[in-house]
Design a protein around this ligand. Structure first.
Ligand code: V47
Length: 366
C-alpha cells in the first residue's frame, strides 16, 4: 500500500484515527499546522467513511430572513442594519407567509429562518410566525433562530430560556440552526462581536434547547483574526457539550466573507483552508454525526471536493441567501436538486435526500 501520509507528525494522529482513539488539543494544533494537505484529507476521509459510509446528504430547503435590523454590531457582518438606516427591513407575518409561499413547492423539506436582533420582534411575534407557517405549510420543518436570537428574545420577554424555547417549540419551531457561535475565545469575541452573548452563553442556549428536545447545528466562523488555537478550542468546547447532550446534528465551518465589513482588507479564505477546516472538524468532532460543506459559502466545486475531505452533507437548494451575499458572496442564490445530485454522483458518493433531522426522504438517483 502506498503511504498517503507525508508529514511524519501526522503518523501518531493517523494511528489514533484508525484505532478509534479521540484526538486532543495538541493533535488539533498539529493538524492545522501541517502542510500535508492530502494526508489530512486522507485521515478525515477514513473518519467520514466510518461515520457516514459513502452517503452524502442534501436537502430541499428555502431561506427566509425576517429582518436585518440588529442591535448587535458585529464587525464581520455586512447583513446588519440599524433601525432607520437605508436598506433596513422588517417583515410582517403576512410578508413572511408570502415569501414562504413563493419558495414552497411540493418536496420542500425545510424553511431555514435567521435574522437580526430586532427589539420590535418579540416572543409573541415569533410564536405567531411559527404557528402561521405550521398551519400553512404543515409538511415543512421550521429550522429557525440562532442561539443568539433565542437568548435575545427570551431576555426581552423576561422569561427563562427553557420557557422561551418550550413556547417556540410548541408554536412550531422544529430545530435550531448553528449560527452565532462565531469563535468562542472571549478575548477575540469581544473584539469581533462585542455585544454578542458570550461563547459560554451560546453553549448554554444549546444545552437547554437539547434538554427540551430541540436538535441543533453548530458553526464556527473562520478566516478572520482567529488563531489555530482558537479554532481547536472552539471545536473541543462543542465536542464536550455534544458528549453531554448528543443534541447536535451537524457542524458547519463558515468561511468569512470580508466585503462590506469592518475587515474588508482581509482576503477571502483560500480553498485549501476551506477543505482543511472541513477535514479537521471531521477528525476532532468524532461525536458529531455530520459535517456540512455549506456550498453557498465554499462554492459548489469546493463543496463537491469537500466530500473527499470529511464532509457528508452539502446543504441544499437554499433559493435565496442574504448574509454571505451582502458580504461579497459570488455563488448563485440557489442550486437545483438535480444539480446537487449530479455533483454528488460525479464524485462517486451516494446522494441521500434528507429532511432536517437527517431522515432519508428517498434515495435519490439520476
Ligand atoms: O452567525 C455573518 C455568519 C451566521 C458573515 O445551521 C458570516 O445549517 C461569513 O446561522 N461571512 C448566520 N459568514 C448563518 C447561520 C447558518 C449558516 C449556514 C448554515 C447554518 C446551519 C446556519 O452567518 C452568523 C455568522 O457566523 N456570518 N457574516 C460573513 N461576512
Amino acid at each position: 500500500m502506498i503511504n498517503m501520509i507525508n508529514d511524519k507528525n501526522l503518523n501518531p494522529i493517523g494511528r489514533k484515527v484508525v484505532t478509534g482513539k479521540r484526538l486532543n488539543f495538541k493533535d488539533g494544533v498539529t493538524l492545522f499546522n501541517s502542510k500535508d494537505f492530502h494526508g489530512i484529507g486522507y485521515l478525515a476521509n477514513i473518519q467520514r467513511e466510518k461515520i457516514s459510509g459513502r452517503n452524502t446528504y442534501f436537502i430541499q430547503n428555502g431561506h427566509i430572513n425576517p429582518t436585518n435590523i440588529c442591535v448587535n454590531d458585529c464587525k464581520f457582518c455586512a447583513f446588519k442594519k440599524k433601525e432607520g438606516e437605508k436598506g433596513a427591513y422588517q417583515m410582517s407575518i403576512e410578508a413572511i407567509l408570502e415569501k414562504a409561499k413563493e419558495e414552497y413547492y411540493e418536496g420542500l423539506q425545510e424553511f431555514h429562518i435567521v435574522g437580526g436582533l430586532n427589539e420590535k420582534l418579540n416572543l409573541d411575534f415569533y410564536e405567531e410566525m411559527f404557528a402561521a407557517l405550521r398551519e400553512n405549510f404543515p409538511t415543512v420543518h421550521i429550522q429557525a433562530l440562532t442561539a443568539v436570537e433565542i437568548a435575545f428574545i427570551a431576555q426581552e420577554a423576561k422569561v427563562p430560556l427553557k420557557k422561551a424555547l418550550s413556547r417556540l417549540k410548541n408554536a412550531g419551531l422544529g430545530s435550531i440552526p448553528g449560527g452565532g457561535a462565531e469563535i468562542f475565545d472571549e478575548e477575540l469575541r469581544k473584539k469581533i462581536c462585542p455585544k454578542k452573548i458570550t461563547g459560554e452563553e451560546w453553549l448554554e442556549v444549546m444545552r437547554v434547547a437539547h434538554s427540551v428536545g430541540l436538535k441543533s447545528n453548530a458553526t464556527m466562523l473562520y478566516g478572520h483574526l482567529e488563531t489555530v488555537e482558537h479554532r481547536v478550542n472552539h471545536l473541543l468546547k462543542l465536542r464536550n457539550l455534544q458528549n453531554k447532550t448528543h443534541g447536535f446534528l451537524t457542524f458547519i465551518p463558515l468561511a468569512f466573507h470580508p466585503q462590506n465589513t469592518d475587515y474588508s482588507d482581509c482576503s477571502k479564505t483560500p480553498s485549501t483552508l476551506d477543505l482543511k477546516m472541513i477535514a479537521i472538524s471531521r477528525l476532532m468532532l468524532d461525536n458529531f454525526p455530520h459535517i456540512k460543506a455549506f456550498w453557498i459559502m465554499t462554492t459548489l466545486p469546493i463543496a463537491q471536493l469537500a466530500q473527499f475531505y470529511g464532509a457528508d452533507d452539502i446543504d441544499g437548494t437554499i433559493l435565496e441567501e442574504k448574509i454571505t451575499h451582502s458580504a461579497g458572496g459570488e455563488t448563485p442564490q440557489s442550486a437545483s436538486k438535480n444539480l446537487l445530485i449530479r455533483l454528488i454522483n460525479e464524485s462517486g458518493y451516494l446522494p441521500v435526500e434528507r429532511d432536517t433531522l437527517y431522515n432519508p426522504v428517498k434515495q435519490a438517483c439520476s
